[in-house]
Write a protein that binds this ligand. Sequence first.
Ligand SMILES: Nc1nc2c(ncn2[C@@H]2O[C@H](COP(=O)(O)OP(=O)(O)O)[C@@H](O)[C@H]2O)c(=O)[nH]1
Ligand SMILES: [Mg+2]
Length: 392
Amino acid sequence: MTDTTKSETLIENAIRTRRPRIVIAGEFSAGKTRLLNALMGQNVLPSNVTSTSLPPMWLLQRGGSPMRLDLDGEWHAVDDISEVEVSTTKYCLLPSDAPILEHFDLIDTPGNSDPNIPPESWERMIAYADLVIWCSNANQAWRQSEKSVWNDMPDRLKRHSAIVLTHADQIPDERSRGKVLRRVERDAKDFFHSFDLLSALDANDIAGFADRLISNVTGIADLTGALAPEQDDLPNLIPNAVTAPTDIAATDVKTPSDGQIQPRRIVPKSQTSKHASFCDRPATNRPGTLLDLESKVASAISGPLDENKLIAMPIKSDTAILALTTAPASASPVILAGPARLAWNRISQDTDMTDPVAILASVDALIHEIDDQDGFGHQYDSAANVPRQIKA
Ligand SMILES: Nc1nc2c(ncn2[C@@H]2O[C@H](COP(=O)(O)OP(=O)(O)O)[C@@H](O)[C@H]2O)c(=O)[nH]1
Ligand SMILES: [Mg+2]
């Protein structure tokens, strides 16, 4: 991860106190789960006809094991996510170390218009969304039933949501693809911020979409989705809290390996100029508590690079390389010992962790330190933005 990107992610997460949430929704078998798996770079969720009856799946970067929230607000451990009952489950929480979850949470939903699933099952997840990715099969894109759904969607979601026309590989030629996209752009222009036509089977399509998504989401100033206080009660939300170590093996979600999707490296564009500064953000951008601030700072700047999780992807000359960090391989409270962690420990040792202003001041100090020094021990002249020699 470049210094700039690392600091930006850190700042964004610190200000927001939570990551943006993307709800992936759309009609039955539109390709929602397949798209989610492709973005994740791993088959985290089963994507096939029989699995469409699963409840909403909330993927996020944190420690802990898969959990299920029932309709009465009680949490239960989950052994096998493909067995979870949709009729009694509000959603499942799936911890994952997928790098894309550094930027946002992803929530997969069961299909709209699925005769076996009550619409409340996906509709209730809309409250949590900061934006929606609406999947629509390009072979029959943007049907009347989809438009009816969006006529009832809250206006707050129309500012940032995306429509993705899937199955582009099944549209015979470029001309036909252009025609489909233009029609949907015209008919659905009131509802979406962006329009994409892609094949979830094409790594280049997915890489391009992921880049655009990260750019768009990073630029969103207002996170309007509802809080999820039910998650505050879960153990291990704060890595540094003194809790019993969790069996990390239990955090491995089932990954049916059909070999179709390879782990990939996301290469987001540098967004420096589009970002408001730390202090420019209005207070309304700070929903929730500051309790997991330290874990977010830590996860933004730490963890070893796992080459096994990378494959070669085309890198455009105008993109900044994001050296992906993975979540620590242990869910035990002490997870980090790198220079950034040591710096944070030093800077925050006298910080009152119950005082948001004090915490933000410490984060600011840490950011300054990171800006002045990259992860390889080189120091940077922040004014000229060039490396400078460290004197022995
Ligand atoms: N050819 C092709 N198949 C796709 C694409 N996206 C999804 N699929 C397939 O369409 C079927 C339904 O996809 P799934 O993700 O389970 O749909 P969901 O019900 O919306 O989650 C699965 O067999 C997927 O492999 C795509 O872009 N191209
Ligand atoms: Mg699905």
